[in-house]
Design a protein around this ligand. Structure first.
Ligand code: X8Z
Ligand code: ZN
Length: 595
């Protein structure tokens, strides 16, 4: 009896430290260590993937996979250990860090090290394969994505466009089995972490439930859909005029190879086919850049100049030394533009294969937006060093690019005289061809992926379901019949590299909210699309208020800091394009809208 009491006593004494609920102080201590480890490992991943994407070889791939494997393993372990603090009442900041830690892996992995390594290796191999992608023509000439994009922007020969479209889409079928395996493995990881699947994890990053987020997207899409339909109807009619009803069905969807872009995601390159004259108000940025003899670096300098005019510090010397601005002739690189913050402090860089053209001038501002955001939040703790949500990160530079008006171009000496016309349609149409045309594309990629992750779309239906969504949202069809021998989603960088995409849909709405707020802050009162806030320190200061918050607060707080609004809302976008919408609807009179 006595022995039993003693035994019970010993057992309770040793068990006690494990069963007592952990304290807030312990949670804090755990988080401090977790953040330190996380910060250290992100720097390693950044260096390894920078080298891999800049010098694609089997070795750099293996090294990148190793680094990603390490951070994935460590994060998985931390998330597991963090479960101990479930149910502990803690301050909002700390609770937010626990939540963000759980959401930090885009590709969560199974705990089993062999499966994890299999997943991280596949992930890097798909990214590299995309970067190495080439289509070789019958004459032996091999084209990478930069070369293909360049021809597709200008060619108006439907046969050549079809050839290039098919050529680029031939890089992805070999990815298919690895992609479906990647989905399996990363779903297993998500489930082990307590998520329904990877899509649910991705949708969890918006300070609301995944269901609420899906509903919010639906609301936003319905706000902008009438404008997209007006644009689609107008452009389709112009394409019928150009290519004839045998190539473009006048009442149906548009074949996806004719829009001046391999993915038909932005249509600005076929502006000339709209027949709308660049009247006195029109400005061709490509021409201006060429007239000034600007090179890639020179274009980036202008981008930096916009940010410094708002009061932001110049970029560090290392940015200019370490960035990649031009496609190297002698090696494979991932040319898809990106912005980097290697050491989470000052080692900012971009990687881009810049061509001297207006489109790339906009992308430069986009990438610099990432860099200036990264620097603005660098003093936040590691888990808060991120965009308020990922849509914010994508919208910063785009909001600046909206302010590249004729007046701005004149102020910085790129344009001699500000055009005095009163007709804004040409400029608005040009903007809409890029930014409105993009909206359904921005939405559909993850509509596809979320269903792939949830299992609603099976590997046997990957391509079929992809084209169902492209038809439903974009009103596009492939130029030639497709089958499950194809893997068309893989011909888009973000699918191959497993980068979430809804961020760009959100960004294309948020950027107009940011832009309108910055215009107001600068004291501007006129028609929205003519505003530039270049040089406004007031606008810059307000912008910085939002940027420096990083991800430390729920995103509506960040949005409010800049705009006074707490909801993502397409009102600013619709205000910007209102004159165009009216004009388009006049042009479309008597035509069937939609497909
Ligand atoms: O991927 C990008 C940026 C890099 S974050 C160049 N964008 C999307 C794309 O190219 O598909 C910007 C617009 C949409
Ligand atoms: Zn971006």
């Amino acid at each position: 009896m006595r022995l039993l009491v003693l035994l019970v006593l010993i057992l309770t004494m040793t068990a006690y430290p494990q069963t007592a609920p952990p304290t807030v102080a312990e949670a804090q201590e755990f988080m401090n260590k977790a953040e330190a480890q996380f910060a250290e490992l992100t720097v390693k991943v950044n260096r390894a993937t920078w080298v891999q994407e800049n010098f694609i070889t089997d070795d750099t791939e293996a090294m990148a996979a190793d680094a990603i494997d390490q951070i994935t393993a460590a994060t998985t372990e931390l998330v597991e250990q963090a479960k101990r603090f479930d149910g502990v009442k803690m301050p909002a900041d700390l609770a937010r860090k626990f939540m963000l830690l759980k959401l930090s892996l885009t590709a969560p992995a199974p705990k089993d090290p062999a499966l994890r390594k299999e997943m991280t290796t596949i992930g890097v191999s798909l990214d590299s394969e995309y970067g190495k992608g080439k289509y070789c023509r019958k004459n032996g000439e091999c084209l990478d994505i930069t070369a293909i994009e360049k021809i597709m922007a200008h060619s108006r020969d439907p046969e050549e466009l079809k050839e290039l479209w098919m050529g680029w889409h031939s890089i992805s079928p070999p990815m298919r089995p690895r992609y479906s395996r990647f989905v399996e493995l990363s779903n297993q990881g998500a489930r082990e972490m307590g998520f329904k699947d990877v899509g649910a994890l991705w949708r969890g990053g918006y300070d609301m439930t995944p269901e609420e987020f899906s509903a919010d997207l639906e609301r936003l899409w319905n706000q902008v859909k009438p404008l997209y339909l007006s644009l689609h109807t107008f452009v389709r009619a112009k394409l019928v005029e150009k290519y004839g009803p045998n190539v473009v069905p006048p009442d149906g969807p548009i074949p996806a190879h004719l829009l001046g872009n391999i993915w038909a995601q932005e249509w600005g390159n076929i502006y000339d086919l709209t027949g709308v004259k660049e009247d006195k108000n029109g400005v061709d940025v490509t021409e201006l850049l060429k007239k000034k003899n600007l090179d890639a670096k020179g274009m980036v300098k202008y981008g930096e100049g916009f940010f410094t005019s708002l009061g932001f510090e110049k970029l560090p010397a290392t940015f200019w030394e370490r960035s990649l601005f031009v496609k190297p002739a002698d090696r494979d690189v991932v040319c898809h533009a990106s912005a980097w913050d290697i050491d989470n402090k000052d080692d900012l860089r971009i990687k881009m294969c810049i061509q001297v053209r207006g489109e790339d001038f906009v992308t430069i501002h986009h990438e610099l937006g990432h860099n200036f955001y990264q620097r603005a939040y660098k003093n936040q703790p590691p888990l808060f060093q991120n965009g308020a949500n990922d849509g914010f990160h994508e919208a910063i530079g785009d909001a600046i690019a909206l302010a590249i008006t004729p007046e701005y171009l004149h102020k910085v000496g790129l344009l001699e005289n500000v055009p005095q016309g009163t007709n804004d349609v040409p400029e608005l149409l040009k903007q809409a061809l890029d930014r409105v045309a993009f909206l359904p594309f921005g939405l559909l990629i993850d509509q596809w992926r979320w269903k792939v992750f949830s299992g609603e779309i099976k590997p046997a239906d990957y391509n079929k379901s992809w084209w169902e969504l492209r038809l439903k949202y974009q009103g596009m069809v492939p130029p030639v019949p497709r089958s499950e021998a194809d893997f068309d989603p893989g011909a888009k960088y973000h699918v191959a590299s497993n980068t979430p995409y809804t961020r760009y849909f959100l960004a294309h709405i948020l950027e107009f909210q940011f832009y309108r707020a910055l215009c107001r802050e600068s004291g501007y009162k006129g028609q929205l699309n003519r505003c530039t806030f270049f040089g406004s320190k007031e606008a810059g200061a307000k912008f910085n208020k939002m940027l420096e918050m990083g991800q430390s607060k729920p995103w509506p707080d960040a949005l409010e800091a800049l705009t006074g609004e707490r909801q993502t809302d397409a009102g600013a976008l619709l205000e910007y394009f209102a004159p165009l919408k009216q004009w388009l609807d006049e042009q479309n009179k008597g035509k069937k809208v939609g497909w």
